[in-house]
Each structure stands twice: as structure tokens, then as C-alpha cells.
Design a protein around this ligand. Sequence first.
Ligand code: BTN
Length: 250
Amino acid sequence: MDFDIIHLKEVDSTNKYCRNLGKSGRKNLIVISDVQSSGVGRLERKWHSQYGGLYFSILLELNEVKNKNENIGKLNFIGSISIYESLFDYINNASQSMGDYNIKTFGIKFPNDLIINVKGNNKKISGILSEVNRDYGFLILGIGININNDIPRNLKDIAISLKELTGKEYDRFEIFNKFIDRFKNNYHLSDSEIINKYEKYSKTLGNYVKIITPKEVIIGNVFKIDYGGIYLSTIDGIRHVNVGDCIHLR
Ligand code: BTN
């Protein structure tokens, strides 16, 4: 699996840029931009994209993904385990000298966020925005990772950069290349290997959580997560949810 890479200095959103290329028939492409003027997050939120972070989108052909993986949710799993694996060593090595966090609190929060607990607060380092276009037959995995970028003041309680966490600046492209390596490797794993990794890195599985969906709020213990969503044991019985914000309650 080889990708063409387009590196831009600035764009509104790499997902949007990829979408236009997808409509013109391009595939197996990664668009990366130093800055995004209108970065988009999940649930139509803004994704702050100042210089210093990693902002990129992977464009894949839907048929290939479907035939190969049978399930699009799998791509999100592959994305999040690959981000985890490309950041782990940096966070682990620095945790020897920094006292504010424990590497054991670093992991995946449902569905695809990478978080770490700092002085009692879960802070987000990275997120994924995936989109599918069935008319044109493509899929986009948009990834944002806070590396050296400054986090806006109003988000400091819920987000952190690798630089702020570890007290060091990083080479963004070294991390980007690590991610691509991990992504290519993980892409060829079997379902059970991918799910095993996801479960191992998950901080949501086994936790007591609140899921805020566009329609309701559900509280319960998470006993399973698969490509199709999250399973909770609640006072009203078993619930299966595939979209929403997840808050860890302990
Ligand atoms: C989230 O809300 O957690 C998902 C954030 C995804 C942000 C990335 S940055 C690259 C790509 N382009 C966008 O506009 N969004 C995604």
C-alpha cells in the first residue's frame, strides 16, 4: 500500500481538500498541511490547527477498504492504534523525567481520541474525523495530533500538546513517518489482532462512563467495544451506541 503525499503550507481543511480530490478520482493519497484555517472536528466542532501540530487526511478507495476489511469502522481502529503506537515512546521516555503524568493513563478514549491524565484531568492529544462518500466510492480518515502547537486557553483543561506534556519540541515529520509505518503494518493485520491491540490500548473498556449522544445521555459500564460501537451495561439493560461523546466517570 503506497501513498502519494501532498504537503500544503495552509488549507481550510485537509478533509475538504481530500474530498475534492476523491471526487476527481484520486485515491491512496495523503494530504498534510502545516496550518488549517477551518479545521473540523467530530460532531461539527472546530479543530484548532495552529502551526506546530500534525494535520493530515488519508484518502482511500471504498471498495478496496470494504473488500479488504469488510468494515469501515475497522479503519478508525487502525487509525487510533497507529497513533497510539507512534506517540507511545515519546511519552514513555519523557515520563521518566516529568512527574505530572503516568504513562499508564495514556490510551484510546472511545471512539478514537488519544488521551492522557494530567493532575486528575483527561486531556486529549489527538482525534480522528472519518467520512465516507458512497456516491464517489471513497473514504477519508482525517487525523489531528497536538505536537508543538499551542492549545487555546479555553481548551487547556481538556486538551494538551506533546510539547506541553513532555516539556520538549518534536520533529513533526518524524512522528508523521512513524504513523505511516504503523498504519501500513496495522492495515494488514487480522481482525482479532486489531481488536486485541485496540482493547489493550483502550482506556474506555472496563470503565464506568457517560455517553452523550445527539438524542440522549447513557451511563453504564463498558464491557465491549467493536467496529460498530460501544456496549454498556446500564440500569436499563444492555445498550449499544455508535456515536457520541464519552466521559470517563472514574
Ligand atoms: C475530533 O474531533 O476528535 C477529530 C479531529 C480531527 C481533526 C483532523 S485535522 C486533519 C483533518 N482535517 C480536518 O479538518 N479535520 C481532521
